[in-house]
Design a protein around this ligand. Structure first.
Ligand code: PRT
Ligand code: ZN
Length: 285
């Protein structure tokens, strides 16, 4: 019987959401905080808890079969692994920043300057693509203090809310890449392991689609039904049920998170009332 060894971050910004995703996929396991490994008892999966930087390499070497890392870490380490799924959490960007008082016009500002970063490979590729030659200084942590101590004129670091840059007197000037958590897989999985990865991705898709959609229930007078049905395509078509009150119906359907408010306004204009919106746990088309 095949097993999948899955590398997830031991502790950090990816850990909690990675494990939550597996649980939402119905995979049960116990994980002690100090443990190195955990085994699921209802899916052939074994978890290895590691530092995120080690994950692409372990997957390449076959110590783990799949892993979850930031796209930024995957791109930086350039290991021979495949990104099999974008997971939608731990969203951030890798950006260039300079001291707030600098008069920054465009990327040519960095020509001949020193830039401190923990992402030298991504940064060098980016500068090359822009035709800028700058000195890249690799440092492993607290990149944001580099300009203040005279180590570099600019930095390239992960930004999320922007408050770290702000409190260090820096301003974000270019986005080098956008990132989110991704699932990476070894390129030498057996056929059985590939089947397990496919099963896992199927479950992840239904969880992510569920999060992206809402179940709506509403009441409307029968004369508005055609208009409302047109606004609510749903999975195939909406469910329409008669209300006890003659001449009224209850309509059930699914709407996308991205167009949610726009959709609700249109529905109200079309005569809908008593609108209930319910989260969807899983969605399988
Ligand atoms: O110990 P280990 O090596 O496993 O973890 P780590 O410390 O290297 O990584 P960790 O847990 O900090 O981040 C893991 C991944 O989360 C990163 O590779 C990114 O893909 C993603 N991520 C999302 C972030 C952030 N948001 C983030 N804000 N990674 C780091 N930051 C840091 C950033 O370096 C900067 O210091 O937070 C600061 C900026 O945040 P704001 O909100 O002030 O802009
Ligand atoms: Zn790390």
């Amino acid at each position: 019987m095949a097993t999948l060894k899955v590398a997830v971050q031991k502790s950090g910004r990816l850990s909690e959401d990675s494990l939550k995703l597996f649980r939402e996929c119905g995979i049960k396991f116990n994980n002690g905080v100090k443990k190195l490994k955990a085994q699921s008892h209802n899916f052939p999966i074994e978890f290895l808890f590691l530092r995120d930087d080690d994950i692409p390499g372990y997957v390449e070497d076959g110590i783990a079969d799949i892993g979850i890392v930031g796209q930024n870490v995957h791109d930086e380490y350039q290991k021979n692994v495949e990104v099999v799924k974008h997971l939608g959490f731990s969203k951030c960007r890798l950006s260039l920043a300079v001291p707030r008082e600098e008069d920054y016009q465009d990327i040519s500002y960095f020509e001949g300057k020193n830039i401190a970063t923990s992402y030298p490979n991504i940064l060098k590729d980016y500068l090359k693509s822009k035709g800028v030659s700058a000195e890249v200084h690799e440092i492993s942590g607290s990149v944001e203090i580099a300009p203040g101590i005279g180590l570099a004129e600019g930095i390239c670091d992960i930004v999320s809310s922007g408050s770290t840059l702000l409190s260090n007197g820096l301003k974000e000037v270019e986005t080098v890449m956008k990132s989110e958590a991704v699932m990476v897989a070894s390129k030498s999985l057996t056929e059985d392991q590939q089947k397990l990865v496919n099963q896992l991705i199927f479950r992840i898709n239904s969880v992510l689609e569920g999060k992206n959609n809402k179940y709506v229930l509403l009441n409307a007078p029968n004369e508005s039904l055609d208009k409302i049905i047109e606004l609510l395509p749903g999975m195939r078509s909406p469910t329409v049920l008669p209300l006890a009150d003659k001449g009224w119906s209850s309509i059930h359907s699914v709407i996308n998170e991205d167009t949610f408010w726009e959709n609700i306004e249109q529905l109200r204009e079309a005569g809908a009332e008593g609108i209930l919106v319910v989260p969807i746990e899983k969605m399988i088309r």
